[in-house]
Each structure stands twice: as C-alpha cells, then as structure tokens.
Design a protein around this ligand. Structure first.
Ligand code: S3P
Length: 174
C-alpha cells in the first residue's frame, strides 16, 4: 500500500451501500490507512441500546431501530475528519441523507447482487434477511434504495475487486 496517494479529507467520509457491500471492512481499513477515526453506525447503535441489532429488531421492532439509527448517525455526523460506515438502510432517512449529501464525502460501494447474496448467506446476523429468500430480498432493497445510493458523490463498483483495489480507487477519488 506504500505507493498510494494519501489525501486526508477534512469532511467526514461516509460509506453507503447494501448489506454485504463491505462498508465496515473497507471503512476500517481506510481509516487505518488515513490514520483517522472510524465509526460503524451499527456498532454504535448496539453500544447505545446495549443489545445486538438482531435483538433490537426482535424485541423492539424496526421502527425503534430506525429511530435509534437516525439519532446515532446524526450524532456521529457532528464529528469532522472521520470515516463512517452506515447501515444499509441508513441513507433512506431524509434528514440523514440531506446532512450527508450536503456536508460529507459520500461513497456508494456498489456491488453486484449475486456477490452480495453469496456474502449475506454466510451470516445470520442480519434481521432483514433471516429466514428469507436472500436474493429476493436483495432485489427488493435494490429497487427501493438504489436511486438514493446513486446520489452519492462517489460511486465505486466493488464487485470482483480486492480490498486493496477498492481502497486505492477510493483514495484516488478523495
Ligand atoms: C440494514 C442493514 C444492516 C443493519 C440492519 C438494517 C438494512 O447493516 O443496519 O440490519 O436496512 O439494510 P449492514 O448494511 O451493515 O449489514
């Protein structure tokens, strides 16, 4: 990675995209590379609620989760110079989306649905995909969410790319 051009943005860099697109993994690695802080909205929600996402959905419902998600995200956006990985549905909130589009460097990690399906099959931690036909759900979410995702300042097609290639492409675009 030593030959990569490092330009540290003063604005927050926010990673958006579907479940399984690599927001958390890429965000963490990117923050190490740029030596700036990294926040994963889902992990912050779990800290705040003192329970796992899957349990929040099961015990309190999606509505409560979305309220928490909005609150936690807006708090995180108050920082400067951080990398933030949103949850797959976080960008659907009008207030959150406006704040991000106006004040942050937004990056959509766009990924082929077949690749997302393979990744999402490997974990049972996602309440919206549990006991469901994963491909069908991903197609449904894609139809609903891609018009908002496509508003991001930068789009990186992450399908078939290594972490190194993705980070290099992001750094070249910052
Ligand atoms: C969700 C995505 C999840 C998590 C929650 C809801 C969604 O985050 O926030 O299960 O609505 O797409 P990841 O995108 O990190 O899996």
């Amino acid at each position: 990675m030593s030959k990569l051009r490092l330009k540290v943005p003063r604005k927050n860099v926010v990673l958006i995209g579907h479940m399984g697109s690599g927001k958390s993994t890429i965000g963490r690695d990117l923050s190490k590379k740029l030596k700036i802080r990294f926040f994963d909205v889902d992990r912050q929600i779990e800290k705040e609620a003192k329970k796992k996402i899957i349990k929040i959905f099961a015990e309190d419902g999606e509505k409560v989760f979305r309220e928490l998600e909005k609150k936690v995200t807006i708090n995180l956006l108050d920082n400067n110079n951080t990398i933030i990985a949103l949850g797959g549905g976080g960008f659907e909130n009008n207030n959150v989306r406006k704040l991000i589009l106006n004040n942050c460097v937004s990056i959509w990690l766009k990924c082929d649905l077949n690749i997302l399906e393979k990744r999402c099959i490997l974990t049972k931690k996602r309440p919206l995909l549990r006991n469901k036909d994963i491909k069908k759900e991903l197609i449904k979410f894609d139809k609903i969410r891609k018009s908002n995702y496509s508003k991001a300042k930068i789009t990186i097609d992450v399908s078939e790319k290594t972490k190194y290639q993705i980070i290099k492409e992001i750094l070249n675009n910052l």
